[in-house]
Design a protein around this ligand. Structure first.
Ligand code: ZN
Length: 315
């Protein structure tokens, strides 16, 4: 049992319960919430809507929602706090970086990036006392890390070593970028047990997934259910990993933003919900039953959604 940084204050890991490890209240570019809340239907309206979605999920058993929205994904920590307060859901916020550095961010050194991340963990985010409970890193697109991507990876590693806060990543799985992230983490001296290599259900390569877990990393199957590979393959891959003995290194989530301004407006609501009408309730409504049809026990389903997130945060 230990305590982690929640948006509304310290959270006891014993109270995390069923945890979604990679979600977003909303995604946008940096500053969007400040200049254009109308795009989301208004700040107050969106906050009420998002709180309703989290309340509904809570009523069906989701107890903790890890929001991995970074500054370059338009994180607005006061909005996340409002949604946490109104919904009663445990919410954990992040520091770190995604794929879209501003020129000001791209110009920073590893040491400067590290100091920003540590400040958001130890002092608070965006002028509040809300502390980040997890570090986010994203690398994608090219098989090698970009110049900023490598700086961010080193800064995330150093901020982890300075604070003990664990790391979750967005890793282009088809390009096996988790291996590149792992190289940096190993150079920096990060113990893999404090790192989730995320978006790993975007591949069914057991070489990649097993390779990461054999090194000691957690693997995030955190883009359920959509895209390529299709849902059935994602379920088969998860079942195959469990059968090979990796159940204690897997965590689950949807990466399902309740709204996302990064997509054209025509695609935002309708397309996302067409792909996944269950939203952030997909895992317990559809994914776990599908795993059980493939012979995975109820106890293992609970391990993936309750015990593993708790063990990850307890380090
Ligand atoms: Zn995400």
């Amino acid at each position: 049992m230990s305590t982690i940084n929640g948006v509304l204050g310290p959270l006891d890991t014993a109270d995390l319960g069923f945890t979604l490890m990679h979600e977003h209240v909303a995604g946008a570019s940096a500053g969007f919430w400040q200049v254009w809340p109308e795009l989301f239907g208004g700040r107050e309206e969106f906050s009420n809507y998002a709180a309703g979605v989290l309340r509904d999920a809570k009523a069906t058993g989701v107890q903790t929602f890890v929001d991995v929205t970074t500054i370059d994904l338009g994180r607005d920590i006061r909005l996340i706090r409002d949604v946490a307060e109104r919904s009663g859901m445990n919410v954990v916020a992040c520091t770190g970086h995604w794929l879209d550095p501003s020129r000001s961010m791209a110009a920073r050194t590893v040491e400067e990036l590290t100091s920003l991340f540590v400040k958001e963990i130890e002092q608070g985010i965006e002028g509040t006392e809300i502390k980040a409970g997890i570090l986010k890193l994203a690398n994608d697109v090219t098989p090698q890390l970009s110049s900023f991507g490598e700086k961010a990876a080193r800064a995330v590693a150093k901020a982890h070593l300075a604070t003990g806060i664990p790391i979750t990543t967005h890793a282009g799985a088809k390009l096996e970028i988790g291996f590149r992230q792992a190289e940096v983490f190993e150079q920096e001296g990060v113990d893999p047990k404090h790192v989730i290599i995320g978006h790993s259900d975007d591949t069914d390569s057991l070489h990649y997934l097993g390779g990461l877990m054999d090194k000691g990393y957690w693997v995030g199957l955190d883009r359920l259910p959509s895209g390529d590979p299709p849902f059935a393959v994602r379920v088969d891959t998860c079942a195959a990993l469990i059968e090979r003995g990796y159940a204690d290194q897997l965590v689950l989530s949807h990466d399902f933003p309740l709204d996302i301004a990064l997509a054209p407006t025509a695609l935002r609501g309708s397309e996302w919900s067409k792909r996944n009408p269950d939203g952030i309730q997909f895992i317990h409504r559809r994914f776990l039953p599908a795993l059980q049809e493939r012979g995975v026990s109820q106890a293992v389903c609970e391990q993936l959604t309750v015990d593993n997130p708790r063990r990850f945060f307890e380090g």
